[in-house]
Design a protein around this ligand. Structure first.
Ligand code: HEC
Length: 209
């Protein structure tokens, strides 16, 4: 009985940590005005944000998950041929080997290849992305990323909303995953109870109970 209570408590704590209070999730220390944070996390700005990305960021950054490649690659007729073969999202090794010279060109200019931003939202979170994009030098002193969005917080927030829309699964997908998680847990609980009852019966039949 004590063991059952203990195990249940352990399970409750486990799921609490995973779902409610997750200490492994990125904690932010960047002060972002509420109005911009709201925009940066609102994917209804994603479409506008994508256009702003194309105008301000695509010279250096790709978003492979959305089939968006750096400008010089996007202008290369080879891209279309490759996309016909592999689909909109090229495998990373194909992209990096075929367009190596484009990426090396950027590396020569900026000291490193500007990273692909497909999953940056999941890694860094909205506050960091907003603060860094608006004022790169302030957040990462010495960085070679130019302050292309200086003085344009609203447009910066929209770009972050676009990055969110690319990185996160769609709401339907999220619902599906939640349902799946809940079903698995419900299944385990029901099976656990049935096994417990069955164990009791077996023990009784053996005369041990
Ligand atoms: C002229 C090239 C250039 C443009 C344009 C540019 N970036 Fe960058 N970006 C870089 C480089 C180079 C780095 C790597 C910087 C470093 O690690 O010091 C970088 C890094 C980043 C990072 C990663 C920061 C980190 O903590 O590692 C993010 C996020 C980013 N850029 C977002 C953007 C966004 C959003 C835009 C458009 C508004 C943009 N960049 C436009 C060159 C560029």
């Amino acid at each position: 009985m004590i063991r059952a209570v203990f195990l249940t408590a352990l399970a409750v704590v486990f799921f609490f940590v995973i779902w409610v209070y997750n200490p492994f999730v990125h904690k932010e220390k960047y002060e972002v005005p509420q109005q911009y944070l709201k925009m940066a996390t609102d994917v209804s700005y994603a479409k506008e944000g994508k256009q702003l990305f194309e105008q301000n960021c695509q010279a250096c950054h790709s978003i492979r998950y959305d089939g968006v490649y750096i400008a010089s690659v996007q202008a290369n007729p080879n891209l279309k041929t490759l996309q016909e073969k592999y689909g909109k999202v090229l495998p990373r090794n194909v992209y990096e080997s075929v367009f190596q010279s484009d990426l090396i060109g950027l590396k020569e200019s900026f000291g490193k290849v500007p990273p692909d931003l497909s999953t940056m939202y999941l890694v860094k979170g909205p506050e960091y992305l907003f603060a860094f994009t608006l004022e790169p030098q302030k957040v990462l002193p010495g960085t070679s990323m130019p302050a292309v969005m200086a003085g344009r917080p609203e447009e910066t927030a929209k770009i972050v909303a676009y990055l969110k829309s690319v990185a996160e699964p769609s709401p339907e997908e999220k619902n599906k995953r939640t349902l799946m998680g809940v079903s698995v847990i419900a299944y385990l609980v029901v099976m656990g109870i049935l096994l417990w009852l069955w164990r009791g019966r077996v023990l009784k039949r053996m005369g041990l109970h």
